[in-house]
Design a protein around this ligand. Structure first.
Ligand SMILES: NC(=O)c1ccc[n+]([C@@H]2O[C@H](COP(=O)([O-])OP(=O)(O)OC[C@H]3O[C@@H](n4cnc5c(N)ncnc54)[C@H](OP(=O)(O)O)[C@@H]3O)[C@@H](O)[C@H]2O)c1
Length: 359
């Protein structure tokens, strides 16, 4: 396994972490019971995973409960993250959102289910346009000061939303977000338009979700609406949006690279994702241990320049405005001395130095 810093913090996490939407019955994403959950957690730990991500909303608390049982006795050995914000009740409006009331109640419930008295990372699961941002940020700051939460992060924010939050945190001396949990895959490279350069500027660590686009990039789905029984798309449907027709070149490129290395397409997709700039950890998921084994091996797969070019060409997200203008201005002749060289970031710069392997 390879280890990295959790965003701008000093905490060390495995570059591949374990996701937990498949734990519990409520989401039809594997419906793993306690025995299967415990087996999967043990399997991941044995392969060097030390970082576990869950959310209160996954099967409405069941995922946290199963994960909490599986982690009994080893709490200090691992890094534990959960989330709050999405509805936990169909009838009580206030059991939803990033309000002070819901965050405090949500945290107490998550800690109880996870059988711990602190979280390493507490994340707001999405922007809440109904709640003043200051209310959310001061509440999160308070949790860190009270020792209930070590670090805070957000998920699914737009760059301007995250920039606004970081600005308020800095201005008011509040605990800053250290991570952004975001969707990023070879059929969903939207983060490259704006978010990644934003994350670079602020040294935010990206935690990637759905790097396989829900399993699509494993190559096992051939047509929309047709999925073999016992798969995510058959049981829970397609959650991540992508264009099936335009995604075919990506599948072909993945297949070609996978054949070159004699590995699965899923492994190639994870290997590509984990090498992208600003990624602290890619959250891996599986319902079967053999898939988890395959996916965790991605950390050892070294893609060649030719592999990367092929994948890049097939999945190129384009360069929308204003990014193309920003790039043009960066490259234009400028008599002033360069203050910040873009290469410093592109080639890794301070970020690259943070990568290290377990002795
Ligand atoms: N912050 C957020 O809003 C958010 C949203 C979504 C997810 N997440 C987090 O990110 C984690 C990962 O998301 P995800 O589950 O959607 O990830 P994903 O990697 O896109 O999909 C994982 C699914 O793909 C299939 N799969 C995995 N490995 C495979 C392999 N080697 N061969 C064939 N099929 C394979 C499995 O589904 P089947 O075997 O069931 O077909 C597995 O459950 C979640 O568990 C959760 O912790 C966060």
């Amino acid at each position: 396994m390879e280890y990295r810093r959790l965003g701008n913090s000093g905490l060390i996490v495995s570059a591949l972490s374990l996701g937990s939407m498949q734990f519990g019955k409520g989401m039809n994403m594997g419906s793993l019971d306690q025995k299967a959950t415990s087996e999967m957690v043990k399997f991941a730990l044995e392969r060097g995973v030390n970082f576990f991500d869950t959310a209160d909303v996954y099967s409405r608390g069941e995922s946290e409960t199963l994960l909490g049982n599986a982690l009994k006795g080893i709490r200090e050995e691992i890094v534990l993250a959960t989330k709050v914000r999405l509805p936990m009740s169909d009838t009580n409006f206030n059991r939803s959102g990033s309000t002070r009331v819901n965050i405090l109640r949500g945290l107490e419930s998550s800690l109880r289910r996870l059988q711990t008295d602190y979280l390493d990372l507490y994340q707001v699961h999405g922007w809440d346009s109904n709640t003043p941002l200051e209310e959310t940020l001061t509440t999160l700051d308070d949790l860190v000061r009270r020792g209930m939460v070590r670090y805070i992060g957000f998920s699914n924010y737009m760059a301007w939303q995250a920039a606004t939050a970081l600005g308020i945190q800095r201005q008011r001396g509040l605990e800053p977000f250290v991570t952004a949990q975001m969707y990023y895959s070879l059929v969903g490279r939207d983060l490259e338009h704006e978010f990644i350069s934003f994350a670079q500027y602020h040294n935010l660590g990206i935690l990637v979700w759905s790097a396989l686009a829900g399993g699509f990039l494993s190559g096992k789905y051939t047509q929309p609406g047709k999925a073999s029984p016992g798969t995510r798309f058959a049981e829970a449907g397609q959650f991540v949006p992508f264009d099936w027709r335009r995604s075919q070149p990506v599948l072909r490129a993945l297949r070609k690279v996978a054949e070159r290395h004699g590995v699965s397409m899923a492994r190639v997709a994870y290997a590509w994702t984990v090498r992208q700039p600003m990624v602290s950890s890619v959250i891996v998921a599986a319902r079967k241990l053999e898939h988890l084994e395959d996916n965790l091996q991605a950390i050892h797969l070294k893609l060649s320049e030719a592999d990367l070019r092929l994948l890049q060409r097939a999945s190129d997200p384009g360069t929308p405005y204003p990014k193309w203008m920003v790039l043009q201005l960066d490259q234009a002749e400028d008599p002033r001395p360069k203050v910040l060289e873009p290469e410093r970031f592109a080639k890794g710069g301070p970020w690259e130095d943070l990568r290290f392997r377990k002795p």
